[in-house]
Unconditional design. Structure first.
Length: 404
């Protein structure tokens, strides 16, 4: 496949369903609704969509899932059709695949769509317990006696506290900022304002992570469409340019990750529990975009837990390693601050339907650059950074988007 880097690409259509508790809604129906809204948003003729990427579903995990969704949507002839199976990091990676397909001349337009009914579906995840049961690793060795997802992230948080003096109050500041932004978003699942004290007095899930340090359980779905910038300019909505993308993966199991990841260039041990390979993905994305962290107007950071977000401020270069706790204090990441983060509310307060959660970060990044976010709009936002993370902070994608 030969890429033509002179072909610029853009996100041209976005769509999402309601989120939260949606009883009676099958995940397939949520997929179709989100996709149709993205198509209607930009007005692209359906016959021009010749690429489709879906996300693996926790509730309905079918290896031919993408074929089923394509059939429901009436997308008959696809040159790219697959299900992304990289969990929370899928949508930055899907954006890159879509970009490559357009630049290679294989696709005119690629639809990326994801949905799940994790809260009301067969798993009936009416609390954090269902999220703890989702398998981040080989369940053969971890159920019923091994650690579950919040426990893994709690180990990362404890290590960061040990190495850098990070406090529970600093972690709580991230949850408070996300909830403040969600309170301005009529679509968010949780809109009631919370305080640092509320976070610290909420139920302990896996020390030091409290209930309000953990992402939500939700139903819902979202979609976006990628095409060439030239084609995008003829459609209904302002195109949002894809400026740079990076991705990097390290060890999947924490025992290996804790020992330090050795790289071919000799950086042995540089990457571990508190130093993630997101740094490499960020270097790729910023290098491709020709930008620096100081050029970012708004960031949508994958926030499965407060510690997930805190690590990223450091590894993306917004502050030095170990300074993430201080960086998130004093309203710096809130609207009006130096770096507004997760302006839709994030996974902590907007919604987290499992695997599809990260697609909402992409949608919000596009919405901010279109200047469509009303009360939560970042003034004159021109450049947005979007991250997706999975596999206990070892699988990363970093995307930089720009207003055309």
């Amino acid at each position: 496949m030969t890429l033509n880097s002179n072909i610029e690409t853009a996100i041209v259509g976005i769509g999402q369903t309601a989120v939260g508790l949606l009883p009676g809604r099958h995940s397939t129906g949520l997929y179709i609704e989100a996709a149709q809204r993205a198509i209607e948003d930009c007005g692209i003729p359906r016959h021009e969509i010749d690429g489709l990427l879906t996300s693996a579903s926790v509730v309905d995990d079918n290896v031919r899932h993408h074929m089923i969704i394509a059939e429901h949507l009436g997308l008959f002839c696809k040159n790219l059709c697959d299900t992304m199976r990289t969990g929370g990091a899928a949508f930055g990676q899907a954006l890159q695949l879509a970009q490559w397909a357009v630049q290679a001349g294989r696709c005119k337009a690629v639809l990326v769509v994801a949905a799940d009914n994790l809260l009301s579906g067969p798993g009936k995840g009416h609390g954090v317990s269902t999220y703890t049961g989702l398998g981040a690793h080989s369940l053969e060795f971890e159920v019923p006696y091994g650690a579950q997802i919040p426990s893994f992230y709690s180990l990362v948080a404890e290590r960061h506290m040990h190495e850098y003096g990070t406090t529970p109050e600093q972690l709580a500041s991230i949850a408070v900022a996300c909830r403040k932004h969600a309170s301005l978003n009529p679509s968010a699942q949780k809109r009631e304002l919370i305080s640092v004290e509320d976070v610290l007095t909420s139920r302990m899930i896996a020390s030091p992570l409290h209930l309000l340090d953990c992402s939500l359980i939700s139903d819902g779905g979202g979609a976006f469409i990628v095409t060439s910038l030239e084609r995008a300019r003829d459609l209904k909505k302002r195109p949002i340019r894809v400026l740079g993308i990076g991705q990097s993966q390290s060890y999947y199991h924490m025992g290996h990750l804790a020992a330090g990841v050795g790289l071919p260039d000799g950086r042995k041990g540089e990457f571990n529990l508190t130093n993630t390979v997101q740094k490499i993905a960020a270097e790729q994305a910023f290098g491709e975009a020709g930008l620096r962290p100081s050029d970012i107007d708004v960031a949508q950071l994958y926030d499965s837990f407060t510690i997930t977000a805190l690590l990223q401020f450091e590894d993306l270069g917004f502050c030095k390693k170990g300074e993430g706790g201080a960086f998130v204090e004093d309203g710096r990441i809130e609207l009006g601050g130096e770096l507004p983060v997760n302006t839709h509310g994030g996974l902590l307060s907007f919604a987290h339907p499992g695997m599809p959660g990260g697609i909402f970060h992409m949608i919000e990044g596009v919405s901010q650059l279109r200047h469509e976010c009303e009360d939560r709009q970042v003034l004159d936002a021109q450049v947005a950074l979007v991250t997706n993370v999975s596999a206990v902070a070892s699988n990363h994608s970093v995307c930089i988007l720009g207003r055309d």
